[in-house]
Structures are given as C-alpha cells and as structure tokens.
Write a protein of this length. Structure first.
Length: 201
C-alpha cells in the first residue's frame, strides 16, 4: 500500500469530533487580564448572538416558533441547542407553585398547543442563566428578554444521595441549590422540537 493510501485508510478510522464548546456566561465586563470578561470563553458570538444564522435567517439565539421576537405563544426557542435536526424550547411563563412531583407531572401536559413537554433538567435551566445580569443579586440572572423570570424554578433532577430532594435554580444564594420535594416552587416546562426548514413540530 502506498503512503498516501495508508494515510487515507488511517484517516477513515479516526472518529469525528463530537460535542461543542460550552456557552458563554454573558459576562463582558473585565476587571483584569485573563478573567471571564476579558476572554469571554465559550460558544457563539455572545450570550444572545449566534455565530451564524438560525433556520430563520437571523443570528438571534432566542426566537419564538416563527423566528421572531413576539413570543405570543410563550415558547422560546434556544438555537444554541440546535443540532441540525432538533432544538430545545422553553415555555417562558412560570407555572403556579407546586411540589416537585406535581411539577414533573404537570410539565408532561400541553403548553401553547404543543404536547410532549417535560420539566427541564438542572443543566437545561442553568444554560439560560445570563451572568451579565447579576447586578449584585441572583434575582436578575433570568430577568432578561425573552424570559424575565424572577422565581425559584424546579428542575427534574433528583439529588443523587438524597432521593427526596431535587435541584433547583434559586433567586438567592446559592444560585443552584436543592430542596425537599415537598417544597413548593414554580417551574417552566420545556420541549424538544423537530426542525424542518422553518417549521417546528
């Protein structure tokens, strides 16, 4: 086998790269060389801007299901999660406070005409926190358009060592904490959408 063939044969068995960089935190203010605001490590141009167009032809990370910003049906599509086939959407209106089991059950319903919903896990909730909005309090980390949420939110993630507790996003310190599943907090459902052109189903 010639050297060229050997190189091609070897290249064919090297697995393709998988995954993607983590998202940016949203922080753009730097206090010194080498900090987050200086480096702004992470995926996308900024917390709200994609490096290339979403299927609707704009670079907005968050859009409604029609590619705009009216959010009349309360679904927010997060194009940073788009893998070429599917994308994650969040129903941005916090639901009435509930114990964890009820939050999980109620999230399995239909929201804004879309069924197949669920309670997001803690990573999915953490992914939409914008740390630029801190302003000295955790209250503002989800208080940005299109979410504007100031409530503690349940996640679907159970604490591994204590199955009667679940993780949540807090509006105080600590930002990510866990509480007994008998506590009552608000929640937002999410859903995985299939993308066909500019049709989300």
């Amino acid at each position: 086998m010639s050297d060229n063939r050997y190189i091609k044969a070897r290249a064919a068995v090297i697995p393709a790269a998988v995954g993607a960089k983590l998202m940016k935190t949203g922080v753009t203010i730097s206090t010194r060389t080498g900090d987050d605001g200086d480096i702004e490590a992470g995926r996308d141009v900024s917390f709200l801007v994609l490096p290339s167009n979403n299927p609707f032809g704009n670079t907005n990370r968050f859009t409604d299901i029609l590619g705009g910003s009216t959010y009349t049906n309360n679904w927010v599509i997060d194009w940073s999660t788009y893998n070429g086939t599917n994308v994650l959407g969040y129903f941005r209106t916090p639901q009435t406070t509930a114990q964890w089991n009820n939050a999980v059950t109620n999230s399995l319903g239909t929201f804004g005409t879309f069924s197949g919903c669920r309670l997001p896990n803690i990573t999915e909730l953490y992914n939409i926190i914008n740390f630029q909005n801190g302003n000295g309090t955790y209250l503002y980390l989800l208080q940005y358009a299109p979410f504007n949420i100031t409530d503690v939110l349940w996640s679907s993630t159970t604490l591994n060592t204590q199955p009667n507790f679940a993780w949540l996003i807090n509006t105080g310190s600590p930002l990510v904490s866990y509480e007994g599943k008998g506590g009552v907090y608000k929640y937002i459902p999410c859903r995985t959408f299939t993308v066909t052109g500019t049709i989300l189903s």
